[in-house]
Design a protein around this ligand. Structure first.
Ligand SMILES: N[C@@H](CCC[C@H](N)C(=O)O)C(=O)O
Length: 277
């Protein structure tokens, strides 16, 4: 199976063109195998490119634990760059079908090369039941969540996939890998959740650490950065255009007046190879 290893700010993926490669039937098992850091290629997720009847192509992502999320912000930037450079599409504004609907990455070129990708991530979902999160109807804003013997103030936002956002005094020293997995599988999130720990630096900059559903702590999360800014605005903490500093680098996020969230950041191809099925 031919693949390309890519990353968006260290959030890394194995990309396979499923339009030309023959894949085994058990895709969750394939994802677990190729993503394994010691016995496989090593990645946070497996990304498959398919033909689409509704868009230029369809992106399917499978987390390293074999679960299938609705959307991935860092992967979609990598996919857009790959599709353009491999001539799978011959335009700079690409429609990509995902389980969270059609998203639109736009390539920003410098001297003919892709420098950044700006993605129209669509509208955030704020209604509790649609995130989904259990409890009475309405938005989830700075609401108490009991985790073990601690209580956190959480805000919940879906960018197609669920995010539980917590503002903390210091992101870098926060015990992400202790608290993150407990919230990921908390009973109030019926489809589990991604968890973000956010330190507000000023009204235009935040630091964020993430525990991802199905992948654990990663160096960056694109949908998580978008959800972070939506949560920060809703809590009155930042402006609508914010630089999100992640472990792997920065994303510029704008929650625009048309209610769409725009994410701008890089994508890199690291190497290509073939994997023995
Ligand atoms: N890293 C991604 C999100 C990948 C999916 C996530 N783990 C989930 O299960 O929702 C991003 O950049 O958005």
């Amino acid at each position: 199976m031919h693949f390309v290893k890519v990353h968006g700010l260290g959030n890394d993926f194995v990309v396979v063109n499923a339009m030309t490669e023959t894949l085994p039937a058990d895709l969750p098992e394939l994802a677990r195998r190729v993503c394994h850091r010691y016995f496989g290629i090593g990645a946070d997720g497996l990304v498959l490119l398919h033909k689409s009847d509704a868009a230029d192509l369809r992106m399917q992502i499978i987390n390293s634990d074999g679960s299938e999320p609705e959307m991935c912000g860092n992967a979609i930037r990598c996919v857009a760059k790959y599709a353009y450079e491999q001539n799978l599409v011959k335009k700079t504004k690409i429609q990509v079908e995902t389980l969270a609907g059609i998203k639109i990455p736009e390539l920003i070129l410098e001297n003919g090369a892709v420098k950044f990708i700006r993605v129209d991530m669509g509208e955030p979902i704020l209604e509790r039941a649609e995130i989904p999160m259990r409890g009475s109807a309405g938005r989830v804003l700075a609401e108490d969540l009991n985790v073990g013997n601690e209580t956190f103030k959480v805000t919940a936002v879906s960018m197609g996939n669920p995010h539980c956002l917590i503002f903390v005094d210091e992101a870098v020293s926060f015990p992400v890998s202790l608290i993150g997995p407990q919230i990921e599988i908390h009973e109030v999130f019926p489809r589990k959740t991604n968890v973000e720990f956010i330190e507000v630096l000023n009204r235009r900059e935040v630091k964020m650490k993430v525990w991802e559903r199905g992948a654990g702590e990663t160096m960056a999360c694109g949908t998580g950065a978008c959800a972070t800014v939506v949560a920060a605005v809703l809590n009155g903490l930042t402006e609508r255009q914010v630089t999100v500093h992640l472990t792997g680098g920065d994303l510029l996020i704008e929650w625009a007046d048309n209610n769409h969230v725009y994410m701008t950041g890089p994508a890199e191809e690291v190497f290509a190879g073939s994997y023995k099925l």
